[in-house]
Design a protein around this ligand. Structure first.
Ligand SMILES: NC(=O)C1=CN([C@@H]2O[C@H](COP(=O)(O)OP(=O)(O)OC[C@H]3O[C@@H](n4cnc5c(N)ncnc54)[C@H](O)[C@@H]3O)[C@@H](O)[C@H]2O)C=CC1
Ligand SMILES: O=C(O)C1=N[C@H](C(=O)O)C[C@H](O)C1
Length: 269
């Protein structure tokens, strides 16, 4: 007789936000998951509203609240850096597995995540998208292959997002830059260019953050050589590309030991 796996009890942190609503909508349809709480800011204007109704899928019986249930098996966090740091203290203390998808954290805030991962398993990644994580592998390969080209290679990263995004460059663009620099050795960076900039040094990576309309996320990584350009381009069509990845990460964490995991671990890349 086949054994029925118990449902994974999920808390959504940042549940009233753009991503939080998609997590609620997709998790509600997932036969392995049960949404037990939907957390948002204590000052949220939608506190008390039903999370399902807010996400456009009808009543779920889970209100938007600010208190994390002690019976949660895993938390998915799409919120703000400050809220993520507060969440880390709770997850470490209660040993709750958590998927951290929030971006824009400074080094000190990232240290809080690393510290919490000594007590609880944590997936921390700037992009939960499968396509983006595959693109990261391709970019690493390209950087490796191009690192010793005699005339040098200029690397520029262009990212495009919606007008509501609060951090720049995107966490994903910064991660692409780290991957390139680890292979090619660039030590500097520049954000956009203006005026008499002088010649471009190959020791820097250029970042360009475009903010327009409702763009859910595009990244272009350019390797400029003399005579040709290699371009890796990855484009999201809907936020569900990130949401499905976050749900996979939540399932991956069930039963894992404490530690810091990446989406490459989740996706087996
Ligand atoms: N890793 C990934 O794949 C992705 C990461 N993101 C990142 O996720 C974050 C959220 O993105 P969006 O949903 O577009 O933003 P959003 O602004 O729509 O949602 C953030 C939510 O967090 C809530 N919040 C604020 N303080 C809180 C607190 N103390 N406790 C709980 N919730 C709190 C806000 O009220 C809001 O509802 C951003 O940092 C974004 O860059 C977004 C998409 C994909
Ligand atoms: O804010 C967003 O929307 C996104 N943020 C993430 C980032 O900063 O990299 C991931 C994705 O590109 C969407």
């Amino acid at each position: 007789m086949s054994q029925v796996e118990p449902l994974i009890r999920l808390t959504v942190h940042g549940a009233a936000g753009r991503m939080g609503q998609r997590i609620v909508a997709l998790a509600a349809k997932d036969p392995q998951l049960s949404i037990i709480s939907a957390i948002d800011s204590p000052s949220s204007p939608v506190a008390g509203r039903d999370a399902g109704e807010l996400a456009g899928i009808g009543k779920l019986g889970v209100p938007i609240t600010s208190a994390i249930s002690s019976s949660t098996d895993v938390i998915i966090d799409f919120s703000t850096p400050e809220a993520t740091v507060k969440l880390m203290a709770i997850c470490a203390e209660r040993r709750i597995p958590v998927v951290v998808a929030t971006t824009g954290l400074n080094e000190e805030q990232k240290q809080e995540i690393a510290a919490a991962s000594q007590f609880a398993p944590i997936v921390f990644a700037p992009s939960m998208s499968l396509a983006v994580n595959v693109a990261m592998k391709l970019v690493r390969e390209a950087a490796k292959a191009l690192k010793d080209i005699p005339d040098g290679v200029d690397v520029e990263i262009i990212e495009r997002h919606h007008r509501f995004k609060e951090d720049a460059p995107s966490g994903t663009a910064l991660k692409f830059g780290q991957i390139v620099a680890a292979e090619m050795g660039q030590t500097g960076h520049t954000h956009g260019r203006e005026g008499q900039t002088g010649k471009r040094p190959q020791t820097e990576i250029g970042y360009h953050a475009v903010r327009t309309g409702d763009n859910v996320g595009e990244h272009q990584i350019l390797f400029g050589l003399m005579g040709e350009t290699l371009e890796v381009y990855v484009r999201g069509h809907t936020r569900d590309s990130y949401a499905y990845g976050a749900l996979a990460a939540a399932k991956f964490l069930a039963g894992r030991p404490a530690g810091l995991y990446t989406m490459a671990d989740v996706l087996g890349l």
